[in-house]
Design a protein around this ligand. Structure first.
Ligand SMILES: [Zn+2]
Length: 200
């Protein structure tokens, strides 16, 4: 239960607030900004239209599901011969999804961005209980399907801000679309596609 702590959503350190127009923001900050813009764009394109103030955890979950189409992590279906195999010897027809680690990091960034943009913490949809439960379910089901026990990483991830990118999973900011599907699932970089303005 403590893996996805709803505690302070600010990234530890580095939050001194880069003065506008000063040096380039950190990778975390620019990723956060990009994720936030993506979410706002998603809202604008939502049918029926959605405004941020009326966003609930259910909408956030819908957004995460929507992102699966841009995923690059093979998640085996229970009927697949490779279900539970961390490194299958052959390709299969199972769908590509967003890795749990990517979604988890994304939610951390969006949760911080929401509050930094003036949203009240009490109604932060990214901190909603439903979202935490959803992420936990994704983690557990992907752990089974991919044969990867995320539990081992839990302790390492927990103390940091949920959205903070760190350690081995980190890759260049352009890795979002580079097609790495062999990662361990934690911190696999951006879950968000690099959209132009072509959602619809
Ligand atoms: Zn499969």
């Amino acid at each position: 239960m403590d893996a996805v702590d709803a505690g302070p959503s600010r990234a530890g350190g580095g939050d001194a607030g880069p003065p506008a127009g000063a040096a380039a923001p950190s990778r975390y900050e620019s990723q956060k900004r990009r994720d936030w813009n993506t979410f706002l764009q998603y809202l604008r394109n939502h049918k029926p239209p959605l405004v941020l103030a009326r966003c609930s955890g259910a909408h956030v979950i819908e957004f995460l599901r929507y992102l699966d189409q841009f995923g690059k992590t093979k998640v085996h279906l229970p009927g697949c011969a490779f279900y539970g195999h961390p490194s299958p010897p052959a390709p299969c027809a199972c769908p590509l999804r967003q890795a749990w680690g990517s979604l988890d990091a994304l939610i951390g960034r969006l949760r911080a961005a929401y509050e930094e943009s003036g949203g009240p913490p009490e109604t932060n949809p990214f901190a909603a209980r439903a979202v935490r439960i959803f992420l936990r379910d994704v983690r557990d089901s992907q752990a089974k399907a991919r044969g990867i026990p995320y539990e081992k990483k839990k302790r390492r991830r927990a103390p940091t801000a949920p959205g903070q990118v760190h350690g081995g999973g980190e890759s260049s900011s352009s890795a979002a679309l580079s097609g790495d599907s062999s990662g361990s699932g934690a911190g696999e970089g951006s879950a968000v596609p690099l959209w132009g303005s072509s959602i619809s």
